[in-house]
Structure formats: structure tokens, C-alpha cells
Design a protein around this ligand. Structure first.
Ligand SMILES: [Fe+2]
Ligand SMILES: [Fe+2]
Length: 152
């Protein structure tokens, strides 16, 4: 994997793919949920990630942070990828924590884009996404604790 993005459009493609991947991940996870409330929660995240993909797809690329030094394209791809491999048969809890880590990376990516956005509307969108992904991370961790802490 290359170290940096080649263009702002590259960053956007990466983000949209990440949203779709996250959405699919939550559908898969919902299928394994042990309670109706966990299932509903995961399907809520699925819907929000799909909405994020739609919002990003609707962005006007011309209004995105500029490519080149100081622009979106200097973001390092490796900073936004969760590289910790999951085992062959990860538990539901493992998957919740893996998803929470991916949420943290997504929040960091949008924070990077927000910081580089000159256009107010784009900055607002990326800041909105930062807030959503941070909330997802927190809620996933709370879900994780429901299963893990009582056993310890
Ligand atoms: Fe998202
Ligand atoms: Fe998310």
C-alpha cells in the first residue's frame, strides 16, 4: 500500500470505500448479535454508515481540500488503516473492538480532512462525520463492556 494518497479524489474514494466496508461489517455483525437491542444498535450503525457514503458521494470534488503539500493528499494512508489482524474465528467481542478501532481511524481521517478544508460547508460535513464516528466508537465500546466485564 502506498504511503500517501495520490490526490484528494483518492482520499475521497478511500473514505467512501471505508464507509461501505463499515456498513457491510455492521450488517454481518448484526447477524451475530446476541440480543435484539444489540442487533438494533448495529443496524442503526449500518444505516448511518450508508448515509455517510451517500454524503461523501454527493460532495463536489472541486470544493475538497487541495492536493499537494498541506492538502488532503499529504494524509498518510497507513494512519487510517487498522492493521491488527483478526484471527480465523474472531468472537463477537473481538469484532466489536475491531470495529471500534476502525471508527477511531475514520474519525481521525475526517478530522484531517476537516482541518484541511477551506470551504465552510466541507469543513462542517467532515466535522459532523468526526462526531458521528467518535460516537460510534464509544457506543461500540459500551456494547463490548456489556459482554466482557460481567465475566471478569
Ligand atoms: Fe461512517
Ligand atoms: Fe462509523
Amino acid at each position: 500500500m502506498t504511503e500517501i494518497f495520490h490526490s484528494t479524489e483518492d482520499v475521497l474514494r478511500f473514505a467512501i470505500a471505508g464507509e461501505k466496508d463499515a456498513a457491510q461489517g455492521y450488517v454481518d455483525l448484526a447477524a451475530q448479535a446476541k440480543s435484539e437491542s444489540a442487533r438494533a444498535f448495529l443496524l442503526e450503525l449500518w444505516g448511518e454508515e450508508l448515509e455517510h457514503a451517500r454524503l461523501l458521494e454527493a460532495l463536489n470534488p472541486a470544493a475538497l481540500p487541495a492536493s499537494g503539500a498541506g492538502g488532503a493528499a499529504d494524509l498518510r494512508i497507513s494512519d487510517y488503516v487498522v492493521d491488527e489482524p483478526l484471527g480465523d474465528d474472531p468472537s463477537f467481542q473481538d469484532l466489536l473492538i475491531f470495529a471500534a478501532k476502525k471508527e477511531a481511524k475514520a474519525a481521525a481521517l475526517y478530522a484531517g480532512l476537516a482541518a484541511r478544508s477551506a470551504a465552510a460547508a466541507q469543513k462542517k460535513l467532515f466535522e459532523f462525520l468526526v462526531g458521528q464516528e467518535r460516537t460510534h466508537k464509544l457506543r461500540l465500546e459500551q456494547e463490548y463492556e456489556k459482554y466482557v466485564l460481567p465475566e471478569n
